[in-house]
Design a protein around this ligand. Structure first.
Ligand SMILES: *Cc1c(COP(=O)(O)O)cnc(C)c1O
Length: 403
């Protein structure tokens, strides 16, 4: 990868403009607007001197590819760090980022609300590599200092939690980490750098499951890791040493998604808030977990640090039998039942964090449901939910003679 890739826009442009311009170079590709999909492993050199002197821009497919580099360049502009590497999935971005920071004997502080498979990276892969993990309460704030040990090397955050939606006090945690020289990492998939720019808050490494909003079309698994000057070199070396590559087709789809990210997110934000506000007025709903709603416990942090909210949130139903909740979800026409999120289509899943929490307890007071609000008309989504809630009520009444 070139140190200063071409196609860089000037530094004062807004992020929306960067999304359109960054990482493209029509002059270099005969006027074609997008960086083409370049497939290839072998790269030829004209002479032995060029081969041995590495005079070419590329040397080998695994070590650099124009399509992949185009997306890395674009993301570097948008994240505002020193550089970005791509991985084949969001989870591999998590594991590569952690492996670039940690070594045997180190101790890691991991947020208890982290994406569940991230916990297995800690409990299995890192444990076998001699790294010990302590899970911490997402609401710990500055008190994280009390959990830091002599061998603590890094603090990992994810805010909001992508099921339970706790907001973390990133500035307080970064300040505690800075005092001890610790590396900070964050899974920023929910906000994307449009709504929260981790490097602006002093976070060293910013991870996204590009699978979600960068793709936006549920047709791609992709991971992105952005590092600041302090952590980039070791990240790039670790990524290279592990032999991680991303297919040029996938990088192309990622870049294609990036061009429309701002307009999609604006719509996801607006529609999700419309649905969340509607749900919060419903008698069947105990609570809505959406940080942009004033009643959310993390609302003040969200308002202080974030520029927007994306399309994923959860809500807690009034206590109801599982069969009634299942009937509600089964009855939805516009919400698919499926994992992942960030795509154009709405999704719903039931979830229960108590299956895996270890530092905190999860007692929401009723069945929990997570919604991904897609790009459909929110009025249609609300009508679908309204029909579903009627099914829920009918089932609850049938099952419980007291209701
Ligand atoms: C989906 C997700 C990931 C993992 O992305 P994959 O591409 O599925 O590996 C990581 N973090 C969060 C918050 C996610 O939602």
């Amino acid at each position: 990868m070139a140190d200063q890739p071409e196609g860089e826009a000037s530094p004062h442009l807004s992020i929306e403009t960067e999304l359109v311009l960054a990482g493209r170079d029509p002059q270099r590709f005969d006027g074609f607007v997008n960086v083409p999909i370049v497939r290839g492993s072998t790269v030829l050199s004209p002479t032995v001197a060029d081969l041995e002197g590495h005079t070419g821009r590329y040397s080998y497919g695994r070590r650099g590819n124009p399509t992949v580099e185009g997306l890395e360049t674009a993301l570097t502009r948008i994240e505002g760090g020193a550089g970005v590497v791509l991985t084949p999935s969001g989870l591999s971005a998590v594991s590569v980022a952690l492996l670039s920071v940690l070594e045997a004997g180190d101790h890691l502080l991991m947020v208890d609300s982290a994406y569940q498979p991230t916990r297995r990276v800690c409990d299995e892969v890192l444990r076998r590599a001699g790294v010990e993990t302590t899970y911490y309460d997402p609401l710990v704030g500055a008190d994280i200092a009390a959990l830091i040990r002599p061998n603590t090397r890094a603090i990992y955050m994810e805010t909001p939690g992508s099921q339970s939606f706790e907001m973390q006090d990133v500035p307080a945690i970064v300040a505690a980490a800075a005092e001890r020289g610790l590396v900070t990492l964050i899974d920023n998939t929910w906000a994307t750098p449009l709504f929260f720019r981790p490097h602006d808050f002093g976070v060293d490494i910013s991870i996204q499951a590009g699978t979600k909003y960068i793709s936006g079309h549920s047709d791609l698994n992709l991971g992105t890791i952005s590092a600041n000057a302090r952590t980039y070199r070791r990240l790039r070396l670790t990524h290279g040493d592990l032999g991680i590559t991303v297919a040029p087709e996938d990088a192309f789809l990622g870049a294609r998604g990036l061009r429309t990210l701002a307009v999609r997110l604006a719509r996801h934000q607006e529609s999700a808030l419309t649905v969340a506000r509607w749900l919060s007025q419903r008698p069947e709903v105990l609570r809505v977990l959406h940080p942009a709603l004033p009643e959310h416990p993390g609302h003040a942090i969200w308002q202080r640090d974030f520029k927007g909210a994306s399309g994923l949130f959860s809500f807690i139903l009034q206590p109801a039998p599982k069969a009634a909740v299942d009937a509600f979800l089964d009855s939805l026409d516009l919400f698919g039942l499926g994992y992942s999120w960030g795509g154009f289509e709405s999704l719903a899943i039931p979830f229960d964090c108590s299956d895996y929490r270890s530092a905190t307890s999860w007692e929401p007071g009723g069945p929990a449901v997570r919604l991904n609000i897609g790009l459909e008309d929110p009025a249609d989504l609300i009508a679908d939910l309204e029909r579903g809630l009627a099914v829920l009520a009918a089932h609850s009444a049938a099952q419980d003679p007291l209701l």
